[in-house]
Design a protein around this ligand. Structure first.
Ligand code: GCW
Length: 713
């Protein structure tokens, strides 16, 4: 087997980068030298690579294993055709590797699917070797990354018996990238796709993007914004997209496009986009045929229809099913799918936005085509720091549902705040909907085990961009990582994911590692404390959503204004979603709805989400609600201060560059947390008319000063 130029240059690059400054570019695939003792125990088990096959994926497997071992162990693995020594790493599929075929694992491998893998320490040709096998090449690549991760996280590799497969079929990133290179809600630079230079020139960075995704098992990428431009579906742009797909393909990442519902008019010159118009359906069919001619493994469409001004079937008096199924029919002959978004909320007088998606979509349960998934945000409003789970989960047993999470921190301090999102996503995935009695968790609904859903998936709105470190904040990389790991295995604990990430990305030093994991695990609750405790939501500054503006009432729609959500008055605080109010709590199954609806049983973290609560309401702590609220804000500020101290103390353990960059961001985070605490409390104090409780610091500025100018980022 010989090395291609590509793999040699990749390895050379990796080795060079090792000595260069640590700028975060390598993400969790740094492959830094392991502790000496670990190297000693690993070396006998990693002596050569046997992975035959000419495909680009096999090339990627060889390259990754060689690069990983060179970095971590300092050895250079020879590539050989056969097992001729102990410690060989044999990777591939029964089809391309006679050695693997000989093992007769075919039955188990087929059971694991083309993305699943086995990693086993076995005897082969009288030698002790490690076999990384799958029925598909992408599965073998995932296995190689898993093997490397075991080493990166200092796990034993001498007696391996690993068997894994993803529970969800589609594990996709949604990029809200515009064709002009900007990213809606992106906080890490410009779009990674260089549309102007494509298809002739493809930024080599795209390969690293695909590689990072493959290391987690992310297998799809929607490359354009859901607020879509029809141009993305033009022949010119499809050719550009095809060039991107070509780079992603060896890594198992398929591309998807957001489709603008009115494209038949804008691109096709039709007079309507009515899904019942035969010309419209034909236009989409032809478009789908063209797409698959240009991108044979195209994944399908993501559609935001009749939401926030986007066109959709309702523009023509048709419904969501009419629209989704028409597109699904165009894609079905090619095995393409439609991800139809449930983020729909029409403003009606006196309505409750939290109940709108359910009202709009639940009646269509069982009506969507077999290749449609309904993509639903985790909560009923909009990616808030904390929301109860969306009531559509558990309410549409005959519809294929997939969650949409937001990795980019639109409402969570952009890429300035250190916040690890796995605990928030876990809270959502573990939520018990009680749809079929106790234990009907969101995870069981979306992985198909509860309602036999065939097509399964999960999406995350990406936080990547052209910044050298990909995500703006070094710790925001952990959220990309955690999304991918949870998409692969929705049962993984937040702590285990954090530990992996810290070891792979920052340090294996045991003390520093456990301190960092603890910080990460606390960070989400702390952010909720200083932003939106007790169920507060959507009180961010209008438009950009950075920083607080609970007083805001200037948006053209009521339901874009914070005052609509918190409903503060002299009596109290909160949105009454019980029967004395909007009653949208009824969208949940019993006993969840009963627990939420009763102010004494409602979890306090959702108190003012569901109730308008008097300022002097007695909380479980014995304190009144106003005091409790204020103390949450104070606690959040204190957490950031302590995080700063702990981070500063790690200056010897973390490389200089990243240490300094994170330290700088923590200064901003502290400034922002104080700003949140002071401005929100001063504003609500105009209603509560109560003093700040003991332990809460005096505000640094006046309410008028806070109202005059938003925080800058
Ligand atoms: O949260 C809101 C964002 C919009 C976004 C929309 C959506 C892409 O503020 O920027 O548009 O959600 O999810 O469609």
């Amino acid at each position: 087997m010989k090395f291609s130029w590509l793999s040699l240059s990749i390895i050379a690059c990796a080795l060079q980068i090792t000595v260069a400054a640590e700028d975060g570019y390598r993400l969790w695939l740094r492959y830094e030298p392991l502790p000496g003792q670990t190297i000693k125990t690993y070396l006998p088990h990693v002596t050569s690579v046997v992975a035959s096959g000419d495909s680009a994926t096999l090339e990627a497997i060889r390259t990754e294993l060689i690069m990983g071992c060179a970095g971590m162990l300092g050895n250079s693995l020879p590539v050989s055709k056969d097992v001729d020594r102990d410690g060989a790493l044999v990777a591939g599929t029964p089809e391309n590797s006679p050695l693997i075929a000989e093992l007769r694992w075919q039955k188990s491998l087929i059971g694991l699917g083309a993305e699943g893998f086995l990693i086993r320490s076995v005897k082969l040709k009288g030698r002790s070797v490690t076999v990384i096998a799958s029925s598909g090449e992408i599965g073998a690549l995932y296995g190689a990354f898993h093997f490397l991760r075991l080493m990166q996280t200092l796990q034993p590799i001498d007696r391996l018996d690993v068997s894994q497969k993803p529970r969800l079929k589609l594990r996709v990133l949604n990029h809200w990238d515009n064709l002009n290179g900007s990213i809606e809600r992106g906080y890490a630079g410009r779009s990674l796709w260089n549309w102007n230079e494509l298809p002739e020139t493809v930024d080599p960075r795209l390969r690293d993007y695909a590689r990072a995704n493959a290391s987690l098992g992310i297998n799809g990428s929607v490359i354009n914004n859901v607020n879509a431009n029809s141009q993305s579906l033009s022949t010119e742009y499809l050719r550009k997209a095809a060039a991107i797909a070509g780079v992603f393909r060896p890594y198992g990442v398929r591309i998807f496009l957001s489709a603008r519902f009115s494209a038949p008019m804008e691109l096709g010159g039709l007079k309507t986009a009515d899904p019942f118009d035969p010309q419209v359906a034909t236009w989409w069919k032809k478009k789908a045929d063209e797409i698959y001619r240009i991108i044979p493994d195209f994944g399908g469409f993501l559609v935001k229809a009749n939401s926030e001004g986007q066109p959709g079937p309702r523009t023509y008096n048709r419904n969501h099913v009419d629209g989704a199924n028409m597109l699904a029919a165009a894609l079905a002959p090619h095995n393409g799918i439609v991800m139809w978004r449930a983020f729909v909320y029409d403003m009606k007088p006196d309505y409750d936005r939290a109940g709108a998606a359910y009202e709009n979509l639940q009646p269509f349960d069982g009506k969507f085509a077999a290749n449609v998934l309904l993509q639903i945000k985790n909560g009923p409003i909009d990616f808030q720091p904390r929301e109860p789970f969306h009531p559509l989960f558990g309410a549409m047993p005959k519809t294929q549902l997939m969650p949409e999470l937001q990795i980019t921190q639109e409402y969570l301090g952009f890429s300035n705040h250190l916040v690890y999102l796995a605990p928030m996503w876990r809270e959502f995935l573990d939520s018990d909907t009680h749809a079929k009695g106790p234990g009907s968790t969101v995870t069981k609904i979306v992985d198909g085990s509860l309602d036999k859903q065939k097509l399964t998936g999960i999406a995350g709105v990406a936080n990547t961009g052209s910044d050298r470190n990909w995500t703006g904040h070094h710790f925001a990389q952990a959220n990309w990582y955690a999304f991918g790991r949870l998409a692969w295995d929705a049962d993984l604990p937040s702590e285990a994911i954090a530990e992996e990430w810290v070891k792979m990305t920052l340090t294996c030093d045991p003390e520093a590692c456990s301190a960092l994991v603890r910080l990460m695990l606390e960070s989400h609750e702390a952010l909720v404390d200083y932003m939106t405790p007790l169920g507060l939501h959507h009180i961010m500054w209008g438009g950009h959503h950075y920083g607080p503006a609970p007083w805001w009432d200037k948006e053209k729609r009521d339901d874009w204004n914070p005052i609509y959500y918190h409903r503060a008055d002299e009596r109290g605080l909160g949105f009454d979603r019980t029967k004395t109010g909007s009653n949208s709590v009824m969208q949940y199954h019993a006993p969840v709805r009963d627990r939420f609806a009763n102010v004494t049983t409602c979890p306090e973290k959702f108190l003012v989400w569901f109730h308008h609560v008097p300022w002097d309401f007695r909380m479980r702590s014995g304190r009144i609600m106003w005091d409790e609220l204020a103390l949450h804000y104070q606690r959040g500020v204190e957490w950031v201060r302590s995080a700063r101290k702990q981070w500063d103390a790690m200056s010897g353990v973390i490389d200089l560059e990243r240490h300094a960059e994170v330290a700088k961001k923590l200064v901003i985070q502290e400034r922002d947390a104080i700003h949140w605490r002071d401005s929100v409390l001063l504003y609500f104090q105009t209603f509560s008319k109560r003093p700040l409780p003991e332990g809460v610091e005096k505000p640094q500025m006046t309410l008028e000063e806070y109202q005059a100018k938003s925080l800058t980022w």
